[in-house]
Design a protein around this ligand. Structure first.
Ligand SMILES: Cc1cc2nc3c(=O)[nH]c(=O)nc-3n(C[C@H](O)[C@H](O)[C@H](O)COP(=O)(O)OP(=O)(O)OC[C@H]3O[C@@H](n4cnc5c(N)ncnc54)[C@H](O)[C@@H]3O)c2cc1C
Length: 470
């Protein structure tokens, strides 16, 4: 930085207003903290946190930051699990939370919103009008965050597409302060160059998204179905069969491994057979169509060896079944008073069952700290995502926790390489840089670095993330 903190703060106050600039220690910790099992160190706190209210304010902040070499970290809600919002070089953390406008235009059939709008708020507002948001991440996460990492939560990619398919246009502020518009208001997307796509999935490294326009989708009718299998890997087989048999694909296809399922069913008083659980959310234009589609999946489950499978007619049971799935991360912790951390593996379809088997045995035969952990499996098998939640005692010192986190990121990389996967649920960088380089090679990495230089000559945005700093 070639400006002192006092001058920086004075300038920021004059741009965004005094009440939206904070140097408070707790505020700085709030915006820098992560889900890692150790506290964020002082050197990774931002010097100042700001909440601009308009694209024009963002533009002035970024132009000033570029001129004075001030690192700027863009913060949606901080729920991305690879912590790209932890500032690696202090500077300014810029929260988008005040830019949370929402317009639902039924005439043109689009939704237009500020980047800080929570997905939960959009889901509710759209639901009242009979529309569906094709981004179902954590309800507290921001639309700008989801678009910036091109993620959709549990949804099946090949049904709904990702933000890169569903965004009609963006407003973006470049690091040098220029404001650009991409796309249009028409439903037809560009057949050729569409500059908007370069910012979707760029994890906030090329510009700050200040407006998102997306297609409206009619709300489908849904119904849940569930199947229980003696082994976890059978769920992998059955999901592969679902695609091969060309069944109507569900909105979600989720999986809870035997160990987590047992704890979850006990917690909710569900009297289900022991084993792994597959839950699918079947959909249709009408309720009858959704039920028919769910029944087809139930028939498949039974023909593939499910010990029990049925369409869930009772909403209370459906709620409990989803709670077993959604709370997987809690079961291991509550039972054994442990902390934990999840990894993600996205195997190619034919290797799904084998990957599940590997994850089940992830702690076996190891000489590193993973040997001391317990593994709980779950995942979005309908779209090829597997997660393994690894728990460890709370009492470990911070240094040991760090070694553990390094070890699990490393094993995630090995498994992704082995099973042909990529990072499907949260962004690539910075933790996944080694996987990126090994998968796509140095030429690809150099192209990204050159793009970054082109858009952000002073490297102010999310500095360090592209270099794999964690
Ligand atoms: C318990 C839990 C479960 C989760 N499950 C899933 C899941 O099933 N599927 C899934 O996909 N994700 C999942 N996530 C991850 C998380 O919900 C998503 O990654 C979410 O979309 C991130 O949104 P955010 O607002 O928190 O973004 P942040 O974490 O704040 O930011 C993410 C990245 O986007 C950048 N960014 C944010 N806003 C902007 C902007 N306006 N312009 C430019 N860059 C910006 C940031 O700098 C950062 O690099 C889960 C997270 C948690 C905690």
């Amino acid at each position: 930085m070639n400006v002192n903190i006092e001058d920086l703060v004075r300038e920021l106050k004059s741009i965004v207003g005094e009440e939206y600039v904070s140097e408070d220690l707790f505020e700085r910790i709030n915006y820098a903290d992560t889900l890692l099992p150790y506290d964020v160190e002082k050197e990774f706190l931002p010097d100042v946190v700001i909440q601009p209210g308009t694209a024009q304010e963002v533009s002035k902040v970024l132009a000033y930051a570029t001129e004075h070499d001030v690192p700027v970290t863009t913060y949606g809600s901080g729920t991305d699990l690879v912590f790209p919002t932890k500032p690696k070089h202090r500077g300014v953390t810029m929260s988008t939370e005040r830019m949370n406008s929402l317009e639902i235009n039924e005439e043109y059939q689009y939704l237009e919103c500020g980047p800080g709008l929570k997905t939960g708020t959009a889901i509710k507002a759209l639901g009242k009008l009979g529309y569906f948001l094709p981004i179902q991440t954590q309800v507290g996460s921001s639309i700008g965050g989801a678009v910036s990492i091109n993620t959709i939560g549990h949804l099946a990619d090949n049904i709904f597409g990702r933000p890169v398919h569903n965004v009609l246009g963006l407003e973006v502020v470049l690091p040098t302060g220029e404001i650009i518009e991409t796309g249009s208001k028409c439903l037809r997307r560009s057949a050729g160059w569409d500059l908007g796509r370069i910012f979707i999935g760029a994890e906030g490294m090329l510009g700050v998204i200040t407006k998102v326009r997306m297609v409206l989708m009619p709300m489908p009718e849904t119904i849940d179905a569930v199947g229980f299998f003696k082994t976890d890997e059978e769920v992998g087989h059955v999901m592969t069969r679902m695609y091969q048999k060309k069944l109507p694909l569900p909105m979600d296809g989720e999986f809870v491994g035997t160990k987590a399922c047992k704890l979850g069913c006990e917690a909710y008083g569900l009297d289900f057979p022991e084993g792994a659980m597959a839950v699918i959310k079947a959909m249709g234009r009408t309720k009858e169509e959704a039920i028919r589609n769910a029944q087809e999946v139930v028939d498949l489950f039974k023909s593939e060896g499910a010990t029990e499978a049925f369409v869930i007619e009772d909403p209370e049971t459906a709620e409990k079944v989803w709670a077993v799935r959604e709370n997987v991360m809690r079961w291991g912790q509550e039972k054994n008073k442990k902390g934990g951390k999840a990894i993600e593996v996205n195997p190619v379809l034919p290797l799904m069952a084998e990957a599940i088997k590997s994850l089940e045995r992830i702690t076996e035969g190891r000489t590193d700290l993973i040997a001391e952990a317990e593994a709980y499996l779950y995942g979005h098998v309908g779209s090829g995502s597997l997660h393994c939640y690894l728990t460890y005692p709370y009492g470990w010192p911070a240094e040991k926790m760090k070694q553990f986190v390094d070890a699990i990121w490393n094993v995630e990389k090995e498994l992704q390489l082995k099973y042909g996967g990529i990072g499907g649920d949260w962004g690539w960088f910075p933790h996944r840089l080694p996987l990126y380089r090994e998968t796509y090679g140095e030429t690809s990495y150099t192209i990204i670095k050159n793009l970054k230089r082109l858009f952000d000559p002073s490297d102010i945005l999310n500095r360090g993330n592209l270099e794999g700093e964690v």
